[in-house]
Design a protein around this ligand. Structure first.
Ligand SMILES: Cc1cc2nc3c(=O)[nH]c(=O)nc-3n(C[C@H](O)[C@H](O)[C@H](O)COP(=O)(O)OP(=O)(O)OC[C@H]3O[C@@H](n4cnc5c(N)ncnc54)[C@H](O)[C@@H]3O)c2cc1C
Length: 397
């Protein structure tokens, strides 16, 4: 074994692009991440290079100017990016979900309008379901779009936790349209909202108040979004039909969960790499700490968790690529990878002793980044709800 998290059966192109992203991460991301993160600086130079590499269009079909690659290729690239810095993978995460939803559910006009510009990274996507009063309970969304006599919609309400809220130019926002369906989630509609980058009232009726101050996941912007009499046209409804938003967003979240698993794998791999190096350099009681069995066993446990998470993530991606529904596989992969990432990061931190608590060492950043993975795209409890519901249906007595 040369290194952990190898993937069997990749095409030549997949091998090549993953290796290219890895080299880019080693050369451009890892050496600068710590400084950019500590000063909460947007990684513009890194993002520009990601655009040049075509990473914003990885999964966008070739006919729209993208690379037309699979979810697996995308996830393996994300794993490499997150190994360097989780925030960098966050830059393409919401973009990828929005592009995927437009590809799967958009009208022809929406595909023609947005996908070519998304493939180059000129248009950048943000994904907005959460609100101040809700995250897990999506069907309880309060932001409301009311149809006007001229066919337009007027939207009012507050959205919360938009990753890339300020730096994006296209927000897929899930709001209530209340057109009389019997179940709350059938009254939700996804609107494609165009806006310029920046903060303040960026277009009439749409305000991005500013960056939220977070524990980790720094460098990229996470924001609120306030609709106050914002006017959307009927053409802005994703797929052109109201009441479909919940299903469209859940489809996006399903691939998003593979993406979060991949990010957890990347952070976990990096935590292991830091620990295995430090354990061979630091000496106590006359020998490297790696020679104390307690530390060596920690390394063995960490490596096993990294491998298991990677395999689950690859399995979930391949299932989706084969055209199968992957809700359970994606839920399991997300749950296991994020929990293992949290444990591996904590183990690496302990191996670093006091230095793990110093801002000079990379592991302190990973300790602040890893908890987000337990929450984003649905908490571990929500994954367990999805998994157990399906199990009880499939194993019904
Ligand atoms: C940095 C960051 C970036 C984010 N980016 C985005 C984004 O780009 N777009 C977006 O839409 N959202 C985003 N989110 C929001 C994220 O998806 C939500 O925070 C998450 O879904 C949890 O929702 P909540 O915070 O409202 O917690 P709640 O739903 O209030 O849950 C609170 C606690 O109760 C538990 N719980 C809730 N319901 C149940 C249940 N039925 N059974 C068992 N336990 C339950 C949860 O697991 C959790 O432990 C982001 C969040 C963060 C922190």
């Amino acid at each position: 074994m040369t290194r952990l998290a190898q993937t069997l059966g990749l095409t030549e192109f997949q091998t090549e692009i993953v290796a290219t992203v890895r080299q880019f991460v080693d050369k451009e991301v890892i050496p600068t991440a710590q400084e950019l993160e500590h000063s909460d600086t947007y990684p513009q130079a890194i993002v520009d290079q990601m655009k040049d590499m075509g990473l914003f269009g990885l999964m966008i079909p070739e006919e729209y100017g993208g690379l037309g690659e699979s979810l697996l290729t995308y996830a393996l690239c994300v794993e490499e990016l997150a190994r360097g810095w989780m925030s960098v993978s966050g830059v393409i995460n919401t973009h990828f979900i929005v592009a995927y939803m437009i590809r799967q559910h958009g009208t022809d006009a929406q595909k023609q309008k947005f996908l070519p510009r998304m493939a180059t990274g000129e248009t950048r996507g943000a994904f907005s379901m959460s609100e101040p009063e809700l995250g897990s309970d999506v069907a309880a969304i309060r932001t409301r779009a009311v149809k006007q006599p001229d066919g337009d919609y007027v939207i009012n309400g507050q959205k919360m936790w938009l990753t890339n809220g300020g730096s994006s130019t296209l927000v897929a926002a899930l709001v209530r349209t209340d057109e009389g369906a019997d179940k709350p989630h059938r009254n939700l509609t996804a609107f494609l909202v165009e806006k310029p980058t920046g903060f303040g009232e960026v277009v009439p009726g749409l305000t991005i108040p500013g960056k939220l101050d977070k524990l980790g996941y720094k460098g990229i912007d996470t924001t609120e979004l306030i609709f106050d009499g914002y006017r959307a046209s009927a053409d802005d409804v994703l797929g052109g039909v109201t009441g479909q938003g919940f299903f469209q967003m859940m489809d996006g979240v399903e691939v998003g969960r593979v993406n979060v698993s991949a990010r957890a794998c990347g952070v976990g791999i990096r935590a292991f790499e830091l620990a295995v190096r430090y354990a061979q350099q630091r000496e106590t009681f006359g020998k490297p700490i790696a020679e104390h069995q307690a530390v060596a066993f920690q390394l063995a446990e960490m490596a096993t968790k990294v491998e298991a998470a990677h395999l689950m993530m690859v399995n979930a991606a391949r299932l989706k690529d084969s055209g199968e529904r992957n809700d359970v596989a994606a839920g399991m992969a997300k749950y296991l990878a994020s929990e293992f990432c949290s444990e591996v990061t904590q183990q690496s931190f302990r191996i670093h002793g006091g230095y793990g608590y110093s801002k000079e060492y990379e592991i302190e950043r990973l300790m602040r980044d890893a908890p987000f993975l337990l929450i984003g795209e649905g908490t571990s409890e929500i994954q367990k709800n999805i998994i157990s519901k399906r199990l009880l249906s499939d194993y019904q007595v």
